[in-house]
Design a protein around this ligand. Structure first.
Ligand SMILES: Cc1ncc(C[n+]2csc(CCOP(=O)(O)OP(=O)(O)O)c2C)c(N)n1
Ligand code: SF4
Length: 332
């Protein structure tokens, strides 16, 4: 679907319009874009969530001819965009509780069905805490009933809005306010993990995809594809958070790219429970390159550091590479 032209050549209105055929132009490259999440919001500098949401919602707006309703779980995205009575949202937008965005989306979709408004579509969105923890029951119900909602999880790997507490999407060894860098295995524990994209796939819903803010054209394309489908759809977007990760605000895109190129965050699509496409790793890098610029992993480095924990993280990345065939067969 994507043309083989690099995003930085096509991401702007001025350049993008010249290099690509009209049907392939990025949503953000169009003067007609809806600016659904408008300027003036209060996200931190370099916030991956603000960037991801802007691209995702504008793409959903274009795909639905601006006939879109969004509901939003409590979290950074809601708080930085809507300090009452102001708002940055330029579409019908409803705030839900922390844990029930999927149920509110379901309710809106049901109401639209009763009213016979087939052209109006619904998205629900939330952070990883609102999705993988407190909102998980509502989301699983939405999947199981195959409700006509696209749910977008912006995964910054902790509860950022309330001061960086651990969520079930927080990676092993990461320091958060509730997983301190103390003891023999500092930071978040090495558990079984809770992989929401794979749990969504287990519900055999029509469409599941992952994406990162390192490849915004891919994100737009996946949102547009999701909006062409009816039923329950799930999009999981990795959105680095400079504040919570202890990273430089200019490193947001680089970290998202490294998450993909290490195998830590597999980028793929699945339909009805089966993987249908993966984004292959172009230049495989060690997890050290991804972890080192983030202060939440600082306790793993230096002397003595925790080389055994670094090895376990590398093992997990290698497992992802094998499971999703992220390298060309000959390289894996
Ligand atoms: C029932 C309930 N418990 C706790 C809160 C407080 N609260 C609001 S947002 C939030 C964390 C949000 O984290 P996440 O969903 O990961 O989104 P992020 O802020 O990281 O984008 C919490 C704990 C709440 N609003 N409602
Ligand atoms: S704390 Fe993180 S997610 Fe929240 S606004 Fe700042 S950068 Fe974005």
């Amino acid at each position: 679907m994507n043309a083989p032209i690099k995003f930085y050549q096509t991401g702007t209105f001025t350049v993008g319009n010249r290099l690509l055929a009209p049907e392939l132009r990025s949503v953000q490259a169009s003067a007609e874009r809806s600016n659904s999440l408008n300027s003036g919001h209060r996200a931190c500098q370099g916030c991956g969530e603000a960037l991801g949401a802007r691209y995702a919602v504008d793409a959903a707006m274009r795909a639905t001819n601006n006939q879109l309703i969004a509901c939003n779980a409590t979290g950074c995205l809601e708080v930085f965009s809507t300090p009452y009575p102001e708002t940055s949202w330029q579409l019908p937008w409803i705030h839900s509780l922390f844990g029930n965005a999927a149920a509110v989306g379901t309710g809106i979709a049901a109401a639209l069905k009763v009213k016979g408004k087939k052209d109006v579509r619904v998205i629900a969105q939330g952070g990883d805490g609102g999705t993988t923890d407190i909102g998980f029951g509502c989301l699983s119900g939405m999947f199981e009933r195959n409700d006509d909602v696209l749910y977008i999880c912006y995964d910054n790997e902790a509860y950022m809005n309330t001061g960086v507490q651990r969520s079930s999407a927080t990676p092993p060894a990461a320091r958060t306010a509730t997983t301190m860098a103390v003891g023999p295995t500092p930071g978040a524990s090495f558990g079984q993990g809770k992989n929401l994209p794979r749990i969504a796939m287990a519900h055999r819903i029509p469409y599941v995809a992952t994406a990162t803010v390192a490849d915004l054209r891919d994100l737009e394309a996946k949102v547009e594809k999701a909006m062409r489908v009816h039923g329950a759809r799930y999009l999981h977007v990795l959105v680095p958070c400079p504040l919570g990760w202890g990273a430089a605000s200019h490193d947001t895109i680089r970290l998202a790219r490294l998450a993909r190129e290490t195998g830590i965050f597999p980028v793929f699509e699945a339909e009805h429970g089966e993987v249908t496409a993966v984004t292959r790793i172009r230049r495989r890098v060690s997890v050290l390159e991804y972890l080192q610029p983030q202060r939440r992993f600082a306790h793993l480095f230096g002397s003595p550091g925790h080389p055994e924990m670094l090895a376990m993280i590398q093992e997990e990345a290698d497992r992802n590479i094998r499971h999703f065939h992220l390298l060309e067969e000959s390289e894996s």
